[in-house]
Structure formats: structure tokens, C-alpha cells
Design a binder for this molecule. Structure first.
Ligand code: HEM
Length: 152
């Protein structure tokens, strides 16, 4: 790595911020994988049953303790890195930003689907819900190619 990478506003903290960014990315993506998986199990429970209430509580905790804070921290640290490296005109970075917006929108869907389940609605059948479960894995793979391979 060249000396120039230390010369943005983060200075010598740059690699520490990057390490923290990747750590919180792992927490965030773990949450994006687990909560919609909970939904598949939750849907099988009868609305109003004890099992239904247990899923609602688990989902609520996962969203408020893992998903929401992790997403916020990933965004803050990622934008700090982007400012540090001045990446806002760089094609691979803009493509990454677009994919991260899709993940962020996906988290919005997670929240709204959770509210529907909590109200006793099962909007999607199991097959469609399982398809939705594939979204974060696919987007994550594409983001990793963009940041590591930097094809453009
Ligand atoms: C939320 C918005 C995000 C922003 C603004 C952002 C921005 C950045 C920036 C600027 C870097 C530094 C690149 C470098 O040091 O050359 C970085 C590193 C990285 N980001 Fe993100 N990121 C975000 C979300 C994510 C997500 C969701 C993932 C994975 C799914 C991810 C995976 C990575 C990885 C693996 C690295 C390390 C790459 C390397 O060492 O070259 N980021 N990110």
C-alpha cells in the first residue's frame, strides 16, 4: 500500500476504520440472513399462538439489537472511508453504493414484512419467501467482487 492512502482525513486511523467497517458488515449481513429465515419458520406458526408470540419477540430483538445498529455503523464507517479515499467519482464504488442501497431497501422490506407477520398476515407463500431469502446472499457476493476485484 502506498503512503497516499494514509493522507486523507482519517490519517493513520484509516486501516482501523476499514477493519471496523468489515466487522460490522459481517454483523449486518448475518442479520440480513437470519431474520428472513426466522420469517420462514414464523409463518408456519398459528397467529396468536405462543409460538407466534415467541417469533415476534425474537425478530424484534434481532432487528433492534443487530440489524438497525449494524446497518447504521456500516454506512457511517463506509462513507468515512469513501471520503478519505475520495471515491465518489470511481465506477466500482458507485456500483457498490447502488448495491448497498438495495440491501438497505431490503432491510426496509424486512421491517414491513415483520410488522405484517406480527399482525397475523402471511403475505407471501413459503416459496416466494424463500426466494426473498436469496437476495442478500446474491447482493453480498456482487459487492465483494466489486470491492476486491474492482472490475471497473
Ligand atoms: C453502507 C455503505 C458502504 C459504504 C459507503 C462502503 C464503503 C467502503 C469503502 C470506501 C471502503 C474502503 C476501500 C479501500 O480501502 O480501498 C470499503 C471497504 C470494504 N467494504 Fe464497504 N461500504 C459499504 C458497505 C459495505 C457492504 C454492505 C459490504 C459487504 C457486503 C462491504 C464490504 C467491504 C469490504 C470487504 C471492504 C474491504 C475492501 C478492501 O480491503 O479492499 N461494504 N467500503
Amino acid at each position: 500500500m502506498g503512503l497516499s492512502e494514509y493522507q486523507g482525513f482519517l490519517g493513520a486511523a484509516y486501516l482501523w476504520v476499514k477493519a471496523a467497517h468489515v466487522t460490522f458488515v459481517i454483523f449486518w449481513i448475518a442479520g440480513l440472513f437470519i431474520v428472513p429465515r426466522y420469517y420462514v419458520h414464523h409463518q408456519a406458526a398459528t397467529p396468536g399462538s405462543a409460538e407466534d408470540r415467541a417469533w415476534i419477540e425474537r425478530e424484534d430483538k434481532a432487528r433492534t439489537i443487530i440489524l438497525n445498529p449494524a446497518m447504521l455503523i456500516v454506512w457511517v464507517l463506509g462513507l468515512m472511508l469513501a471520503i478519505h479515499l475520495n471515491l465518489f467519482g470511481t465506477p466500482w464504488f458507485l456500483a457498490k453504493l447502488f448495491l448497498v442501497l438495495i440491501l438497505t431497501a431490503y432491510q426496509g422490506w424486512i421491517g414491513s414484512y415483520g410488522r405484517k407477520l406480527a399482525n397475523g398476515h402471511r403475505e407471501l407463500d413459503d416459496k416466494k419467501l424463500r426466494l426473498m431469502n436469496e437476495v442478500p446472499g446474491i447482493i453480498t457476493a456482487l459487492i465483494v467482487v466489486l470491492v476486491i476485484v474492482r472490475p471497473f
